[in-house]
Write a protein that binds this ligand. Sequence first.
Ligand code: SAM
Length: 218
Amino acid sequence: MHQQKDDYIPALGYDRLTPLYDSLIRLTMPERAFKHRLIEQARIMKSHRILDLGCGTATLTLLIKETHPEAAVVGMDGDPKILNIAERKAREAGLNISFDRGMSFDLPYPDTSFDRVLTSLVIHHLTHENKVRTLNEVHRVLRDGGELHVADFGKPHNALMLAASLPWRIFDGFEATADNAKGLLPEMMRRAGFIEVHESARYMTLFGTLSLHVARKP
Ligand SMILES: C[S@@+](CC[C@H](N)C(=O)[O-])C[C@H]1O[C@@H](n2cnc3c(N)ncnc32)[C@H](O)[C@@H]1O
C-alpha cells in the first residue's frame, strides 16, 4: 500500500479493513502497555492542550482524556471514516474530545498551539518527504518547551524482531518503512529542530520492535 504525495494510507491499508483495526491491534501488540507508557512519559498537566496526531479509532485519545480529564484533548486524522469511529467511541465513553480532519504534513492549527503532541503508529505510514514535513509541522504547532512523544516501529533490536518486521515492511513498503527500520527517526527529529531526543522504551510485537521516543522543542 503506497502513499501518494498528499494523501494518507487507511489504518490497515484498505478502508474495508478499518472496522477490524481495534481487535487486530489488541491481539498483536501490547497496546495498553505502550499507550499508557506514552501518556505517562508525556507528564501531562491540567492546563495542557494535547494533540493526538493520526488518532485513528482514538484508543490513545480516549486514554489521554480518561487519565487527564482537565487537559484539552484534540484527535486529528486524515481519514474521515476512521474519525466517525473515533467520535462514536468518545461519545459512548462520555468524553469531551475535539476531533479534526487534517493531514499531518499540513496541520490545521496555528503556531505554538499545543503543549504536547502524541502520535502512535502513524509516522511509518508516511513517505520520507512527508515524515520530514510532518516533523516540521509538529515543531511549528508546539509551544516553546513543548514535547513530541512518538510510539512507532523502530530499528529491530534482536534477530527475532528483525524477522518479525519483514511482513510489516512488505505490507507497508520497504521504502516508506526504511527510516523507521534503520533507526533514523531520532536524527530526523533533531533536523526538524527538536532537542533532547531519545528512545524511552522498547516493546517486542508480532510486527517487530516498537520504540517510544521523546523530543523537546527548545
Ligand atoms: C495505524 S493507524 C494508528 C491509529 C492510532 N494512532 C493508533 O495508535 O491506534 C494510522 C492512522 O494514521 C492516519 N494517517 C496516515 N497518514 C496520515 C496523514 N498524513 N495525516 C493524518 N493522518 C494520517 C490513518 O488514517 C490512520 O488512522
